[in-house]
Ligand binder design. Structure first.
Ligand SMILES: C[S@@+](CC[C@H](N)C(=O)[O-])C[C@H]1O[C@@H](n2cnc3c(N)ncnc32)[C@H](O)[C@@H]1O
Length: 310
């Protein structure tokens, strides 16, 4: 994280690895599906000049404004779309970005969002329980916390937060509703999750709620399914993820799309007709260097995967 005036500026993770992974070429067309503060986009535009063009997408209108500020030196070489990457194909078609040389996803939320007043993403900042990437979304974290049944809540915390104390936390939440603010929720979770943990006791609960509010895994699945259709032959897709659920999803999708037949082994002749659309480039996931983790601790959990359109 870096600060410019009172504004938190997101420090992009594994920039060189991303540019190399995409095999950025001058004149190439690229889609940044999570443009955020525009750090990766800036590096891709630099590497693809002269003649390169980039389409940046973000669900958060404030991220689009930050990207606009950062990319202002590349006028004419980029377009920004305030939309959900679940609509990837339609967005690319609308802006004339198909087929492209590369599309990439730097998942989750940015330091700017985490630090922004009133968003409710951080348990260290007093705010209403919102956590939406965009105001156009209807369901907030407060809606989930205050209306889901105990079983539904426990399920969210377990599935999206991998929180071992999910049931106990859900029970405590239901007993103390309504909860209005981040600190009320974080304090309540701390009464259930005690003892020493490497991370703050409320980390998993907040992660789970954010993923649920923004339907993050379903949207990633929708977007990944569309990547083969927006990439030209030899075009590359790169994902950078920060927790195991996202990484598993990218890994499974790349693996599935790199094989020809998906029939179970007992079926003697292929009946599914599935044809591989991608070639795996990273058999082993790429992680940041020790030097980068020391410089930017937020990068420590990052995992980068690459596949290529056949
Ligand atoms: C880690 S940040 C990206 C930072 C960016 N790479 C940079 O260099 O500044 C992730 C961004 O993805 C956006 N995002 C998350 N899910 C999204 C979705 N389904 N559709 C569009 N944008 C999404 C978030 O709003 C956030 O700005």
């Amino acid at each position: 994280m870096a600060n410019v005036g009172s504004r938190t500026v997101h420090v992009p993770v594994m920039v060189q690895e991303l540019v190399r992974g995409l095999q950025v070429v001058p004149g190439g067309l690229y889609v940044d599906a999570t443009v955020g503060g525009g750090g990766h986009a800036e590096a891709v535009l630099e590497a693809s000049s002269p003649g390169g063009r980039l389409l940046g997408i973000d669900a958060d209108p404030r991220a689009i404004r930050n990207a606009e500020r950062r990319l202002s030196g590349f006028k004419g070489a980029y377009a920004l779309a305030n939309d959900n990457f679940a609509n990837l194909q339609v967005i690319c078609a609308t802006y004339g970005f198909s087929p492209v040389h590369g599309v990439y996803f730097d998942l989750g939320l940015s330091s700017a969002q985490l630090d922004e007043e009133g968003r409710g993403f951080s348990f260290q900042r007093e705010a209403e329980l919102d956590m939406r990437f965009s105001d156009r979304q209807e369901v907030t974290a407060a809606d989930i916390v205050n209306t889901y049944s105990m079983d539904e809540l426990a399920n969210v915390l377990w599935t999206y937060g991998e929180e071992p104390r999910s049931r106990a936390i859900a029970r405590r939440i239901v007993a103390h509703r309504p909860l209005k603010t981040t600190t009320e929720l974080a304090d309540l979770v701390q009464t259930v999750v005690r003892g020493r943990r490497r991370i703050h006791p409320a980390t998993r609960t907040f992660q789970a709620l954010r993923i649920c509010v923004n339907d993050e895994l379903a949207n990633l699945d929708r977007a990944l399914r569309q990547t083969p259709d927006v990439l030209g032959p030899g075009g590359r897709v790169v994902t950078i993820s920060y927790h195991s659920l996202e990484d598993r999803q990218a890994k499974r999708w790349f693996r599935q799309e790199s094989i020809d037949c998906l029939c179970p082994p007992e079926v003697p002749v292929c009946v599914c007709g599935h044809k591989a659309t991608l070639r795996l480039i990273t058999r082993r996931v790429i992680t940041p260097t020790e030097e980068e983790v020391a410089r930017n601790p937020r990068s420590r959990s990052a995992k980068l995967r690459i596949a290529e359109r056949i």
